[in-house]
Write a protein that binds this ligand. Structure first.
Ligand code: HPA
Length: 276
């Protein structure tokens, strides 16, 4: 399903419903990737709403994704976190995948922090590394802006020269340095999944300029950029596509590696929210 004006009305309905349940304006939105859901324990929760209860919201199915919006305070700022995101490989259209991001914007969110588990294809990356996403490549995934352009949200042909804001990257690096946490920086290459990549594909992704590869994030980033939100994104490296030793990759391993790196990830997201 591509974007239609009917969807615009649905977005407004969902945002109005949420505003009735929670009458504050969240300034920062956070999307929690696979195995990174513990971050919510840092939030002074004011309201939790199941995706099931929100009109027109898609519903998450993947293991490790809880499926609720969490509203509350962190470092004195009002935030909304998505515990569980929607993936193209689950069968949602690209426009459905990004539905919650558009709702966040309608509720007033200006800064969006995205996270994910990703496979490392740059040989300098190790399992458990945090990689700040400097840029992305999304030639293999469906662009969520295909369809009628909702002019009231953004332009037909959005600029993508700084999809991840340099000032947010600089702040995150400062936070990481203060906390003595090592962070890498690189290009995220988006694929649809749900298969992990073949060895030849991991190699190709690296040759094409990717440092890490994953099945999420880019559609959300595109839609946020379209609406003029400021985006920051970070990957937790959960497996190594170019490793000679790793023969197979499983979702369980990805979740386990993400969970192990979660405290470092959460500390940086918290510090960044404090700093913005
Ligand atoms: N490939 C694609 N998506 C992923 C990977 C990977 O190796 N690891 C975690 N998400």
């Amino acid at each position: 399903m591509i974007f239609t004006m009917e969807m615009m009305a649905q977005l407004k309905e969902a945002a109005e419903f949420l505003q009735k349940q929670y009458d504050h304006k969240p300034q920062v939105g956070v999307v929690l990737g696979s195995g990174l859901g513990n971050f919510v324990s840092a939030i002074e929760v004011e309201k939790e709403i199941d995706y099931h209860d929100i009109p027109h919201f898609p519903v998450s199915t993947v293991e490790g994704h809880k499926g609720k919006l969490i509203f509350g305070k962190l470092a004195g700022k009002r935030i909304v976190a998505m515990a569980g995101r929607f993936h193209f490989y689950e069968g949602y259209s690209a426009a459905e995948v990004v539905f919650p991001i558009r709702v966040m914007k309608l509720m007033g969110v200006q800064i969006l922090l995205l996270s994910n588990a990703a496979g490392g294809v740059n040989p300098s990356l190790k399992i458990g590394d945090l990689m700040i996403i400097r840029d992305h490549i999304s030639m293999d995934t469906a662009n969520p802006l295909i369809g009628k352009n909702p002019d009231e949200l953004g332009p037909r042909f959005p600029d993508m020269s700084e999809p991840y804001k340099k000032y947010l990257i600089a702040k995150a690096k400062e936070v990481a340095a203060k906390l003595n946490i090592d962070v890498k920086e690189g290009v995220y290459y988006a694929v649809t999944g749900p298969t992990f990549e073949t060895r030849a594909e991991y190699r190709m992704i690296h040759i094409l300029g990717g440092d890490a590869v994953g099945m999420s994030t880019v559609q959300e980033s595109i839609i946020a950029n379209h609406m003029g939100m400021h985006v920051f994104a970070m990957s937790v490296i959960t497996d190594l596509g170019l490793s000679e030793e790793t023969i197979t990759i499983s979702h369980e391993e990805v979740l386990q590696a993400a969970k192990a790196a979660e405290p470092k990830f959460a500390a940086i997201f918290k510090g960044l929210i404090e700093a913005i």
